[in-house]
Design a protein around this ligand. Structure first.
Ligand SMILES: C[S@@+](CC[C@H](N)C(=O)[O-])C[C@H]1O[C@@H](n2cnc3c(N)ncnc32)[C@H](O)[C@@H]1O
Length: 198
């Protein structure tokens, strides 16, 4: 299998790892939603060896994720599982952590609703969910680059595109999950940390 490669991943993987080192400091298991190529999974697991990482991807593209994970051969990185948010109601077992990068703007609003509802069922009381990606503020793009990204995504999925940060946070609050930390990231992205406890 030819390994797919994401340039964007190479640029943002270290800033994401730096934040996760603090947010996911205690040992635990992690479910990643929409792992894509698997570059984040591999990079994070090489350093954060106290985490047992479960990547996931939709069936159409999971072979690429599998190729990265298999080649890395890391003891704390499990074989990817199929997870499609259109049919996701939560993981079969509870996970200490959830992580997703660049998925919220990539899918439609009903799928974000499924993600948050499923997350709430999957996280125990101490659980945390780290979300990385671009968001709008008060219905406005925060950069020309984010607007171009939104146009590009809508060209193949008119239902997708950047979401308002406040609307996403409200969705989490409806499921009992609060935004307890926000980090500004390079290229007008954000990392948001959600937890049941304030
Ligand atoms: C922009 S890519 C981000 C990939 C990776 N997380 C990263 O940051 O490089 C968006 C990801 O969302 C996944 N995705 C698209 N539709 C999905 C769905 N219905 N359920 C779960 N993931 C989906 C894509 O397959 C892809 O891996």
């Amino acid at each position: 299998m030819h390994k797919p490669f994401s340039e964007a991943c190479e640029r943002n993987k270290q800033p994401i790892l730096d934040i996760l080192s603090r947010w996911f400091a205690a040992p635990g298991n992690v479910l990643e939603i929409g792992s894509g190529t698997g570059q984040h999974s591999v990079h994070i697991c090489q350093t954060l060896q106290h985490l047992l990482w479960q990547p996931s991807e939709i069936p159409e593209t999971i072979d690429g994720t599998r190729a990265w994970v298999a080649e890395a051969g890391l003891g704390n990185l499990l074989a990817p599982i199929e997870l499609d948010l259109s049919q996701w109601f939560g993981h079969t077992t509870q996970m200490d952590y959830l992580f997703t990068a660049n998925t919220i703007h990539f899918v439609s609003w009903p799928l974000v609703e499924n993600m948050v509802r499923g997350a709430s069922k999957t996280l125990p009381g101490h659980g945390k969910f780290a979300v990385y990606g671009p968001f709008n503020e008060n219905n406005s793009f925060t950069s020309v680059g984010n607007q171009q990204l939104d146009n590009w995504i809508k060209s193949f999925n008119p239902e997708a595109g950047l979401k308002n940060r406040s609307a996403v946070i409200d969705l989490f609050v409806d499921q009992g999950l609060h935004c307890i930390d926000t980090q500004s990231m390079p290229a007008n992205n954000l990392m948001l940390l959600f937890s049941r406890s304030m």
